[in-house]
Design a protein around this ligand. Structure first.
Ligand code: HT7
Ligand code: ZN
Length: 872
């Protein structure tokens, strides 16, 4: 595999005016005829080489303006594709290829899922369909003809509007779709199959009626209502918040079972992993409901941020993904609780993106190079990218951000652009100097901001001294300071916020850090305050401040910023874990301070606090979080101290947990509004704590909740506690769940995932046995993620077993996947790459498995890139 560099970007020599595709879908193979009209950029003179990308294609013929071309005379086949040797300034090229979708296990290009045809073209899957300039800066008008047997494939779909359809001989039929908007090849989609749909309508703000359809296999048709309502909410929200309307007459979503990622925003024809479409109270958890709404929103929002304005090249991926994640975050926050949403997003960012930023795969949100672009659909590009977009809003305010967006659309609609174009639109619309924000796009690594405070009682001033540093990462050792908005508050002894004056000027609390070291002096500060720093997580940085335990407890109680109230609790827990780990190492008996226990009790019993926020506050940093922050990590010790803290709190606050649990136990009819979800969340957090008591009543309590539950959230929460307890109730409930849901693959994914995350001693053996289960299928990415992904990512104690058995198991699965589905293989190998963060014994064992994978013959570019970079 070779490396591709951003600095080598050159614009395409040829643009494509129109592209007509004809698909003859067959039982063994599919014939694709593509007819493209090429137009050379006038700055290039004379006949030129036209390079077309192509992979795994059988070429049948090439014609230029009706003349058959000869191999090696007129065109050449290369490992990367096809070269037309002397292409005129303009011409029509017809290329016929044969492909084998039924044999496509990589799920990229045209493939089959449950016997239906579907496509996945982002990032570079179109080149597996036909020879073409498979790059986002080549945008054209697509017409698609689909021909197939009617009995097997009654539904034939592609992008845009259906313009004609008809019958053919031998039981075949055809359909023609025309997309009136220019688009890059990665947004092309085709679906053909035995599908049913639900239909609804949406009237846009300007009064246009849009048909909305969700297509699924017939047996899932009843589970699409939530997705449909989510789509309508997203359409309304984008009009209200950003003034953006949908632009076609029809919007279609197709749910498929075999999909490498979550969903795909193909123009007018989204294709979704069925996991992110289907919901009913009995089969989907509250979190599933929220995820569906958020991803339906995300793909819909791409219609403007990604489709109407797309990326010039794949280095710009965060231009569309970071921005669209930001938009979906705001959508969820506006519809539900902004504080809960912020906490959840930051929790995920810290657990997974900070880890990635400290790994050998660390990269800036706009990488400078890659071997395999599929490896860059990362937490960094998506989630850190969204945080960087949020920086603009924090600095410019909501109104200023909207002005920037308006200018971005006005300038670039219909174009393929860069992150610099986005920055320029934001800056120009606000006459602001945002140049320093560019560094967020070019530098990897999580900045650390160290703050110290000095208070001068005589002068009544308070100085915050801030030092920022960015750790070295593979792409660069020496970093330039970034523009960091640090939102702060100063709390009085009463817990109230002080009015802020910076050098006697009223201040909104947002400090702009631009230098490596900087001081800010607040005046008119009548008493020594407690600082509340990085409120609402105003920038994706690690904040370091020497808080005392008492100060953290004070902030947990009083901070007016809900995010920081939560964060104070997380910091308090992390301090406790750190000192307990030390005690464990030195053989000192473990203990948790009385003040700590009381602090959690105050949160737990605070009836004025939203139950969802109480649940968040009681959810302590995960073992993965602890491992990342307290290196070198010893996963067994981490497991032991975390269990100790949970058990100590469960014992000390048992009565409170029980009171709250029983009070919230029966909520009647299942509802999915934010308040009901918050209560369920709190109740189930209480149950999880009670699960840490060594008490025979606990399995019975869980079994009862499992049996009585009228929704999947409660059933699964009870089962999640039971899977960690070796008891007859566990066996019975797992069997019952299996028998009840064996015909629903998505629910069975939960069953596989639960068992893979159990803390019981024989979990790896269980997982190995489950690989042989008749309902498990290694070719289905959802199953792989449920069983193997859960084991490697959600069960650190067993995955990091001291004998290396977890690592060996994962490596073997990665090699199996490598042959069939490299994208999924490359995702599955990631839990091994931070081997340097672990104590030496485990580090060597992890490295050993990476070396084993590296030595494997026939390693895909996807896996090779990750493994070779992590061993470098
Ligand atoms: N833009 C979509 C990305 C995607 C994808 C990328 C690589 C391989 C398979 C894929 N499926 C979907 C999804 C999104 O971010 O909206
Ligand atoms: Zn996206």
């Amino acid at each position: 595999p070779h490396t591709i560099y951003l600095k080598d970007y050159t614009p395409p020599v040829y643009q494509v005016e129109t592209l007509n595709l004809k698909f003859e879908l067959g039982d063994e193979f599919t014939v694709v005829t593509s007819t493209a009209h090429y137009q050379r950029d006038p700055s290039h003179l004379g006949n030129t080489l036209l390079e077309l990308d192509g992979e795994d294609l059988e070429l049948i013929s090439v014609q230029l303006d009706g003349r058959y071309l000869q191999v090696n005379q007129d065109y050449r086949l290369t490992p990367e594709g096809l070269q037309i040797l002397t292409m005129p300034a303009q011409g029509s090229l017809e290329i016929v290829t044969r492909i084998y979708p039924q044999k496509n296990t990589a799920l990229e290009g045209l493939y089959q899922s449950s016997g239906n045809f579907c496509t996945q073209c982002e990032a570079q899957g179109f080149r597996k369909i036909t020879y073409y300039q498979d790059r986002p800066d080549v945008m054209t008008l697509f017409t698609t003809d689909i021909i197939a047997e009617r009995a097997k494939y009654p539904v034939l779909l592609s992008n845009g509007n259906l313009v004609a359809a008809g019958e053919l001989e031998e039981g075949k039929h055809w359909a023609r779709w025309l997309d009136p908007y220019r688009k890059p090849a990665y947004l092309f989609a085709l679906v053909a199959g035995h599908l049913k749909h639900v239909e609804d309508f949406y009237t846009t703000g300007s009064g246009r009626k849009v048909t909305l359809r969700i297509y699924t296999e017939p047996h899932n048709i009843s589970k699409c209502e939530h997705a449909m309502q989510s789509l309508k909410r997203a359409m309304r929200w984008d009009e209200q918040r950003f003034g953006l309307e949908y632009d076609l007459d029809i919007y279609m979503i197709v749910a498929v079972d075999d999909f490498n990622m979550g969903a795909m925003e193909n123009k007018g024809l989204n294709i979704f992993n069925s996991k992110l479409v289907f919901a009913s109270p009995e089969t989907a958890t509250d979190q599933d409901y929220i995820n569906i709404e958020s991803v339906i929103g995300h793909e819909y929002f791409h219609n403007w941020t990604g489709n109407r304005i797309t990326c010039r090249d794949w280095f710009q991926l965060s231009l569309k993904e970071g921005l669209t994640v930001f938009r979906d975050q705001e959508f969820t926050a506006d519809l539900h609780s902004p504080a809960v949403k912020r906490i959840e997003d930051v929790r995920m960012l810290r657990t997974f993106q900070f880890t990635e930023d400290a790994s050998p795969m660390a990269h800036p949100i706009r990488p400078a190079s890659y071997m395999e672009i599929n490896n860059f659909y990362t937490m960094t590009v998506y989630e850190k990218g969204a945080e960087v977009v949020r920086l603009y809003q924090t600095l410019l305010g909501r109104a200023g951000f909207r002005q920037g967006m308006d200018l971005y659309f006005a300038r670039h609609d219909g174009q393929a652009v860069t992150t610099e174009d986005f920055l320029a639109a934001m800056a120009d619309a606000n006459q602001a100097d945002l140049k320093q924000l560019q560094r967020w796009y070019d530098q990897a690594g999580t900045p650390e901001v160290k703050v110290t405070m000095t208070y001068d009682a005589t002068a009544q001033t308070c100085r915050l001294h801030c030092v920022q540093s960015i750790p070295a990462t593979p792409e660069s050792q020496h970093k330039q300071p970034q523009l960091i908005p640090l939102q702060v508050g100063l709390l009085r002894e009463t817990g109230a916020d002080l009015a802020l004056y910076l050098e006697d000027q009223p201040c909104d609390g947002i400090l702009q850090l631009t230098q490596a070291e900087q001081s800010f002096r607040f005046t008119q500060v009548p008493e020594q305050p407690v600082p509340s720093l990085l409120r609402n997580f105003s920038a994706p940085v690690r904040l370091v401040y020497p808080y005392t335990e008492a100060e953290l407890i004070f902030l947990m109680k009083h901070d007016s910023d809900a995010f920081n109230r939560w964060d104070a609790g997380q910091r308090l827990a992390m301090r406790a874990f750190e000192s307990l780990l030390l005690d464990l190492k030195q053989g000192i008996p473990l203990g948790l301070s009385h003040e700590c226990v009381c602090a959690w009790q105050v949160v737990l019993t605070d009836e004025n606090l939203d139950p969802a926020l109480r649940a968040e506050a009681l959810s302590l940093p995960s073992e993965t979080d602890i491992a990342e922050q307290l290196r070198p990590a010893d996963p067994a010790a981490i497991h032991q101290v975390r269990e100790f803290v949970l058990t100590t709190l469960a014992k000390a606050l048992r009565l409170d947990f029980e009171i709250i649990f029983y009070r919230l136990q029966h909520q009647g009819v299942y509802q999915i509004d934010a308040a009901s979800m918050g209560k369920r969340r709190l109740k189930n957090v209480c149950l999880a704590y009670l699960g840490h008591l060594d008490d025979q009543a606990v399995p019975a309590l869980c079994a009862e909740q499992y049996a009585q539950a009228n929704n999947m959230t409660d059933a699964l929460a009870a089962l999640a506690v039971l899977v960690d307890i070796d008891c007859p109730e566990r066996v019975a409930a797992l069997q019952h769940f299996h028998d009840r849901w064996q015909h629903d693959p998505l629910v069975m994914d939960k069953w596989f995932a639960l068992q893979a995350s159990s803390s019981l001693p024989n979990t790896l053996q269980q997982v190995q046995q489950l690989l042989e289960h008749p309902l498990f299928d290694m070719r289905n990415p959802n199953k792989v993620r449920a069983l193997i992904g859960s084991f490697a990512l959600r069960n650190p104690w067993h995955f990091h077993a001291a004998d290396g058995s977890g690592y060996a198991f994962l490596a073997e699965r990665v090699l199996w996947l490598n042959e069939r589905n490299p994208q999924v293989a490359a995702r599955m190998v990631r839990p091994l790459i931070n081997w340097r963060h672990y104590e030496s014994g485990r580090a060597q064992l992890m490295r050993g498995q990476l070396e084993r994978i590296q030595a494997h013959q026939g390693l895909s570019a996807d896996v090779y890139e990750i493994v070779s970079k992590s061993l470098a």
